[in-house]
Write a new protein. Structure first.
Length: 140
């Protein structure tokens, strides 16, 4: 069974994510702050952190960088991060923070489930919905 930690200070977002992700093979835990993410991950047993970019006084990028720092010297076990972004320019932040995956809001259940499946399988996941549509000239 995989343990997924939902991290957001918005109860409605956590409830939507829980309804989308939870299943017989996935246990869901919830936290409301960056420091709570760090504490829970240090306890061990978290397979995936689904992290809202805007969360309290410690944003998703800072939380992810702090996790990576803790992992680098053995203070915490490595954990996979799926970052939930508010807008297209935030893709830079997700990549810079070394999150293994990201989704750009608004979220839809299919993309959320696909991202969670990929990340739990050890793959990365980059949401393609943020890319502008390709414009073809000349009827090609």
């Amino acid at each position: 069974m995989a343990t997924v930690l939902l991290a957001s200070d918005q109860p409605a977002l956590r409830a939507d994510l829980r309804a989308t992700i939870e299943g017989p093979d996935i246990e869901i835990e919830e936290v409301e702050s960056g420091p709570a993410v760090l504490r829970r991950v240090k306890e061990g047993g978290v397979d995936l952190v689904v992290l809202d970019l805007q969360i309290g006084s410690m944003g998703g990028m800072a939380i992810t960088l702090d996790l990576r720092n803790e992992e680098s010297y053995g203070a915490a076990e490595p954990v996979t991060v799926l970052m939930l972004l508010d807008r297209r320019p935030d893709v830079f932040l997700a990549r810079r923070s070394t999150a293994e995956g990201f989704l750009v809001k608004p979220l839809d259940p299919q993309r959320v489930r696909a991202a969670v499946r990929a990340l739990l399988a050890g793959e990365s996941y980059e949401d393609e919905s943020w890319r502008p549509a390709t414009v073809r000239v000349g009827g090609e």
